[in-house]
Ligand binder design. Structure first.
Ligand SMILES: [Zn+2]
Ligand SMILES: [Zn+2]
Length: 372
């Protein structure tokens, strides 16, 4: 199948002039739709691609607003503007099924079931759980078929009746100029039936909300705002399709010792002045427990030692991150007498000016009131 890397010009696709009128465009599309119709070209991927291409071109050029935007800005003008993207042939039958009468034959009645809505919930982990993986239980609310009315929405003893607006078809044809577009019936919202006496348990919805608990396996290495999908645990489909999914949003709490940067961890470790100057053997925390670390003499404040592979694991099983140990040199605020004496000797040795020995507040107070 030739892949269409570059989108063709819509006028070129339909083979009409840029100033072609509504009728010419509709006639050109009809001719192409017949030629490339999937029923006439079974298993021909190229024909299906042409069929879709023609439908997309027709969808744009048959709408005054979209055509004007396309004329001014080309394909880029239509991006994100409610789109003209048919996912499959069924979408085309749904949209244009009634335009050309029996052109699409019985195919337009093939009403495709849609997937149920997705749901979201949240789970909070601490850093160690995020690092090692965890098994958690999440709770969320989703709709289940109402047991009272068996999902019909009608009060027990009554039945839903065919919708009089659409004659029970669920779809209506609306005319727009020379075009007729098939849409979901506004009265019965596509179900083809109406409920005269609603079921009290579900207020006629046929579904009732229920709280559901599910176990979710969190892979090792997840980060804040990652999501885990629980396939098929979302809302049921309104028309017999597959259920939606549940997306579990992961929140990871801040850890008092480790700051996380992606897969790397940063840990601030305090050193005393003498440890920094003379070097030392210290213990630092890691995700797997204590780790002995040899500090080189002359370590400076802010120096970093990297412990390779001691960071967070990767949920996609790539290499683990690193643990970066950053040293802070602590300046004591309170000193013992001997400690102070030694430091003053050190200051003399270094020939630096330090403030004279502090007198206590009460001594100074006495001098203040009794001078001389
Ligand atoms: Zn009910
Ligand atoms: Zn209806």
């Amino acid at each position: 199948m030739p892949t269409m890397v570059q989108k063709r010009d819509y006028y070129e696709v339909l083979g009409v002039a840029r100033n072609a009128g509504e009728r010419d465009i509709a006639e050109a599309y009809r001719t192409l739709a017949l030629k490339y119709h999937p029923d006439r070209n079974p298993d021909d991927d190229d024909a299906i691609a042409r069929f879709k291409e023609a439908a997309e071109a027709f969808e744009v050029l048959s709408s005054e607003e979209k055509r004007a935007r396309y004329d001014r800005f080309g394909h880029a003008g239509l991006e994100g503007a409610g789109g003209s993207h048919f996912h499959d042939v069924g979408d085309i039958f749904d949209a244009f099924g009634d335009i050309f009468g029996d052109l699409f034959g019985s195919r337009r009645r093939a009403y495709r079931a849609s997937k149920g809505a997705d749901l979201r919930c949240q789970v909070t982990l601490d850093l160690l759980e995020a690092a090692h993986g965890a098994s958690k239980v999440v709770q969320f609310r989703r709709h289940h078929r109402c047991d009272t009315c068996q999902g019909t929405g009608a009060k027990p003893g009554t039945r839903p009746e065919p919708c009089s607006y659409c004659g029970g078809a669920g779809r209506v044809v609306q005319s727009r100029g020379i075009l007729a577009v098939q849409t979901s019936c506004p009265s019965c919202k596509g179900s083809g039936t109406v409920v005269r006496e609603p079921c009290a348990a579900c207020r006629g919805n046929g579904f009732v909300p229920k709280s559901v608990s599910r176990k979710v396996e969190i892979p090792a290495g997840v980060d804040d705002h990652n999501q885990v999908r629980l396939a098929g645990e979302g809302e049921p489909s309104p028309n017999g399709g597959p259920p939606g999914d549940v997306y579990v949003m992961i929140r990871v709490r801040e850890h008092p010792l480790f700051h996380r940067e992606g897969q790397h961890l940063i840990c601030q470790v305090p050193l005393s002045y003498s440890q920094a100057v003379l070097g030392a053997q210290i213990e630092v925390p890691t995700l797997d427990g204590r780790h002995e670390l040899e500090i080189a003499p002359g370590t400076q404040p802010g120096d970093v030692m990297t412990l390779r592979g001691k960071g967070m694991p990767d949920p996609h099983h790539r290499a683990r991150g690193d643990l970066l140990v950053q040293f802070q040199v602590e300046v004591p605020k309170v000193l013992g007498e001997e400690h102070e004496e030694l430091l003053r000797k050190l200051a003399e040795l270094e020939h630096v000016q330090v403030s004279s020995k502090r007198k206590s507040f009460f001594e100074k107070l006495k001098e203040y009131f009794q001078p001389g």
